[in-house]
Ligand binder design. Structure first.
Ligand code: ATM
Length: 285
């Protein structure tokens, strides 16, 4: 999938040895051997490409010619992973509900998922981590979010992306980096490490970071009128640390993370979000 650390062409070749390097899949099992997969690209390459992505490069076929030189035959149209991030009250849900039909109208075969959640185990973990009656140590909290994410990746995300679908995901690893890494003070790199383990290193193609001021957040949460969950009971310093961490992540990865001013009306936020993913859309839309 293109949703990876190193945005290189997605290629897989025929040949048992190579197939095994690309995550252990045998040639006959490849997703491209199934019907209806579009071919994206043909090229010649030297050393194995995508090995570092492990099982993420399983779709496709190709031909190996000999030591160090291979015809990387075909790549498949892979799905896209778009994530939405931001503090509670930033308007993630409102944006997600509008963005799905807007992207579908522009040719994306898209599914909306949320974190923690999206599959049974992860939804149950969601109930646990939000429960104000539970004592949850910060490290346990980080591991619970990572476990929910690992299950979502294995059970739902990877199959959807492998099948060429788009996924709009309400929160992903950046939430853990900001909330557990910075908010809980566990350290961004420590939290990144457990999430790399959980996701196999999956990185979104694009992340839309909704930024709002505290007054706007408070007003929106008041309108919602819901009882605060376990995390929402934290103090201002907790959320200030999370906001600062999100800003630092965006500054470190400007190509992936697009910051959106989410103080405005839903239509304006949607327009900014569409602008933020325009380059990923099928051409001509
Ligand atoms: P939502 O209510 O935005 O879906 O998220 C659930 C809570 O879990 C949210 N709480 N607040 N405020 C953010 C928090 N969360 C983390 O702390 N770490 C994570 O990795 C994720 C995905 C969510």
């Amino acid at each position: 999938m293109d949703a990876v650390l190193h945005p290189r062409p997605r290629v897989v070749r025929i040949g048992r040895a190579l197939g095994e390097q690309l995550g252990g899949e045998r040639p006959g099992d490849s997703a491209l051997s199934r019907a209806g997969r579009a071919v994206e690209e043909v090229r010649v390459a030297g050393p194995p490409v995508g090995r570092q992505r492990g099982g993420q490069d399983r779709a496709g076929v190709g031909v190996s010619f000999g030591p160090g030189q291979h015809l990387w035959k075909a790549t498949t149209m892979r799905g896209r992973l778009i994530t939405i991030e931001g503090l509670d009250g930033a308007g993630k849900t409102t944006l997600a509900d509008a963005l799905v039909p807007a992207l579908a109208a522009r040719g994306a075969d898209i599914e909306l998922l949320r974190e923690p959640g999206g599959v049974e185990l992860s939804e149950r973990i969601r109930t646990l981590v939000k429960d104000p009656a539970l004592l949850v140590d910060p490290r346990a909290e980080a591991l619970l979010y990572a476990a929910a994410r690992a299950q979502l990746c294995a059970e739902r995300l990877a199959p959807l992306l492998d099948a060429g679908r788009w996924v709009l995901l309400d929160r992903f690893v950046d939430s853990s980096l900001a909330y557990q890494g910075a908010g809980r003070g566990l350290g961004v790199e420590a939290v990144r490490a457990i999430n790399d383990f959980g996701t196999g290193g999956l990185v979104p193609d694009r992340t839309l970071l909704l930024r709002v001021d505290t007054a706007t957040r408070d007003a929106r949460r008041t309108v919602r009128g819901e009882a605060p969950d376990r995390l929402e009971r934290e103090d201002d310093a907790f959320f200030a640390a999370i906001g600062a961490a999100y800003d630092a992540l965006a500054a470190a990865e400007p190509a992936r993370i697009r910051v959106i001013d989410a103080r405005g009306a839903p239509g304006a936020v949607l327009a900014a979000a569409l602008d933020g993913v325009a380059d990923l859309l099928p051409s001509g839309t």
